[in-house]
Ligand binder design. Structure first.
Ligand code: NAP
Length: 488
C-alpha cells in the first residue's frame, strides 16, 4: 500500500500534512477546491448536454469547469516556471480560436477530429517526457504500475493522434472517403497492435530498455493510421466518437501517471461518454460494435438500387408545394445535411410559422446521424428557435408517417433512403431510416440528383408519391414560406 501512495496521494493529503506541521498550505487547498469544483461542473455539463433544453447551460458549465481546472493546475506546486506555459497557451489559442470562430458548423466533425488529435498528441508527449525524466540523474526508478499507466497513455495517445488525423483527412476530403482495403488487413492490424502491446509489457517489466520506447510510439502511430484506412466515410461519425473515447482514456492514464485526480476524472468521463455515444451511433446505423473496434467495416459497394436504368422523377415548384402544404393537416419536416449547408433553418422556421398559423400540425423528424455530427439538426433548429417539443426522435415519429399528409425532406438523403430496409447490397443496408416514403406525399428539396454522404442513389426520389423541389434549400423553403405568406 505504501508503495502505491505516491501514485494516488491526493493534494488534500499534502495540505493535511502541511496543517499537521503547523501551517495551512493555502495554495494547495485552493487548488484542490478548484479541482473538485471542476469535476462537479464536468459531470453536470455532461448531464445538461444530454437534453437540448439544458444544452446551453451544460456548455457554460463545461467552460467554467475547464477554466477552474486550468486555474487549479496553475496553482499546483509542481509548476515552477510559467514562461513555457504562457507560450503554450498563446500557441494553443492562436490555433484554437480561429478554428472555433471560422470553421463552419458543417465542418464540426473535422474540427472535433483535429481537437482529438491535438489532445492525444499532448497526452503522448507528456508520457514521453515523463518516461525520459526517469533517467535523469537522481531520479527514482519508476514503479511498475506507473509504467503500466504510462505505456497505456502513450499507446492510446499515439494511435488516437494519427487515427484522428486520418479521420480529419477523410472528412475534409484530403484523403479518399471510400474504405481502403487490402488482403490480410485485419491480420496485419492485429500483428501491429500485438507488437505494440508486447513492447509495452516489456517496458513495464524493464523500463531500462529505452530503445523500445520509440518502437512503442511508432507501432501505435502506425496502428492509428491502419485502423482508420478501411473505414468508409459513412461510418466516420462512430469512429470520431470512438477516437474521442480513446483520447479520454489516454488522458485518464496520464492522470494516474501525474497523480492528477482531475485528469483521471475528466478523462474517464470523456472515455465513457465517447464509448456510450459510439454504441448509440452503432445502433442508429445498425453497425456491430466489434466491427468498429477492429476497424474493418464500411466497405462501400455499388447498391443494387443504383443501376443505370433511365428513371424519371417528378419535379415541382415552390408555388405547387405551398398549395399542397396548405391543404395538409399534418406535415413532417425531415432536415438533413443540405439544410445545414444552405443555412436554411431560419426559412424553415418561417415555413413552420406559416403552416402552424393555418392549423397544420408540423413536426420535425430527427434522425440520429442526420447532418455531419450527433445533434447537428437539433442545434440548427434550436438556433432558429423552433420549439423543442416539435422535434421528435426517429423511433417515436416513424409510426406517424403513414398518417402524415406531407413529408418535407430538406436536404436529407441517406437518412430517408428506403434501400436501407431491403437492399442487401447497399452500404447502408440495416441502418434505421426515417420512413418518409410511407407518407401520403413526399417533397424532397435538393439542388440536383447528386448522391448523399454514402455515395448511393436514393430510390425515394423515383417513388410515385415523391415530388422533387430542385434548388438551394434556403431559396426553396423561403419561396414556399413566401408563397404561403402572400396567400394569407
Ligand atoms: P446526406 O446523405 O449527406 O445528403 C445531403 C443532401 O443534401 C445531398 O444529397 C445534397 O444533394 C443535399 N444538399 C447539399 N447542399 C444543399 C443545399 N445547399 N440545398 C439543398 N440541398 C443540399 O445527408 P443526410 O441525409 O443528413 O445523412 C447524413 C449522412 O452523413 C449519413 O450517411 C451519415 O452516416 C453521415 N454522417 C453523419 C454524421 C453525424 O454524426 N450526423 C457524421 C458524418 C457523416 P445535392 O447536392 O443534390 O443538393
Amino acid at each position: 500500500m505504501n508503495a502505491l501512495l505516491p501514485l494516488v496521494r491526493p493534494n488534500i493529503l499534502a495540505a493535511a500534512e502541511a496543517a499537521t506541521r503547523g501551517g495551512y498550505d493555502v495554495q494547495n487547498i485552493v487548488a484542490t477546491a478548484t479541482y473538485i469544483l471542476a469535476a462537479v461542473l464536468f459531470i453536470l455539463a455532461l448531464k445538461w448536454l444530454s437534453a437540448p433544453i439544458t444544452a446551453r447551460r451544460g456548455n457554460v458549465a463545461g467552460q467554467i469547469g475547464m477554466t477552474a481546472a486550468i486555474v487549479g493546475a496553475l496553482l499546483s506546486h509542481h509548476v515552477v516556471r510559467y514562461e513555457w506555459i504562457v507560450a503554450g497557451f498563446a500557441i494553443g489559442a492562436l490555433i484554437g480560436a480561429p478554428m472555433a470562430i471560422w470553421m463552419p458548423m458543417t465542418a464540426v466533425p473535422q474540427r472535433t477530429a483535429l481537437s482529438h488529435a491535438f489532445g492525444a498528441l499532448a497526452a503522448a508527449l507528456v508520457g514521453t517526457a515523463h518516461y525520459y525524466l526517469f533517467f535523469q540523474p537522481g531520479a527514482l526508478k519508476p514503479h511498475p504500475l506507473t509504467m503500466a499507466f504510462l505505456t497505456l497513455e502513450v499507446l492510446l495517445g499515439s494511435l488516437t493522434f494519427t487515427g484522428s488525423l486520418m479521420a480529419f483527412g477523410k472528412l475534409q476530403d484530403l484523403l479518399p472517403t471510400r474504405p481502403m482495403v487490402y488482403r490480410g488487413q485485419n491480420i496485419i492490424n492485429f500483428v501491429i497492435l500485438a507488437g505494440a502491446a508486447i513492447t509495452g509489457v516489456i517496458l513495464v517489466w524493464n523500463p531500462q530498455v529505452t530503445w523500445l520506447f520509440p518502437v512503442l510510439l511508432g507501432l501505435a502511430a502506425l496502428f492509428g493510421v491502419l485502423l482508420i484506412l478501411p473505414i468508409g466515410g459513412a461510418d466516420m461519425p462512430t469512429v470520431i466518437s470512438l477516437l474521442n473515447s480513446y483520447a479520454g482514456l489516454s488522458a485518464s492514464m496520464m492522470g494516474f501517471v501525474l497523480d492528477n485526480k482531475l485528469l483521471i476524472i475528466a478523462g474517464a468521463l470523456d472515455g465513457a461518454s465517447g464509448l456510450i455515444l459510439s454504441i448509440i451511433m452503432c445502433r442508429a446505423m445498425n453497425r456491430s460494435f466489434s466491427n468498429v473496434l477492429f476497424g474493418a467495416f464500411g466497405q462501400v459497394q455499388e447498391s443494387g438500387a443504383g443501376g443505370d436504368q433511365a428513371k424519371t422523377v417528378r419535379s415541382g415548384s415552390p408555388e405547387e408545394a405551398a398549395r399542397i402544404m396548405e391543404a395538409a393537416q399534418s406535415v413532417i419536416v425531415i432536415p438533413g445535411y443540405g439544410m445545414a449547408v444552405a443555412q436554411a433553418q431560419h426559412k424553415v422556421r418561417e415555413l413552420y410559422d406559416q403552416l402552424s398559423k393555418r392549423g397544420v400540425d408540423v413536426k420535425f423528424a430527427i434522425h440520429p446521424v442526420a447532418g455531419r455530427m450527433p445533434g447537428h439538426m437539433n442545434v440548427l433548429l434550436a438556433e432558429a428557435e423552433i420549439p423543442y417539443d416539435r422535434l421528435v426522435e426517429m423511433d417515436d415519429i416513424n409510426g406517424d408517417f403513414p398518417q402524415c399528409d406531407v413529408a418535407l425532406v430538406v436536404g436529407a438523403n441517406d437518412v430517408v433512403n428506403p434501400a436501407a430496409r431491403h437492399d442487401k447490397a447497399s452500404p447502408i443496408f440495416g441502418m434505421p431510416i426515417l420512413n418518409a416514403d410511407r407518407a401520403r406525399t413526399v417533397m424532397a428539396i435538393k439542388r440536383s440528383m447528386n448522391r448523399g454522404f454514402a455515395g448511393i442513389e436514393n430510390e425515394l426520389y423515383f417513388a410515385e408519391n415523391c415530388l422533387m423541389l430542385f434548388g438551394d434549400a434556403k431559396a426553396v423553403v423561403g419561396g414556399v414560406a413566401k408563397e404561403l405568406a402572400e396567400n394569407n
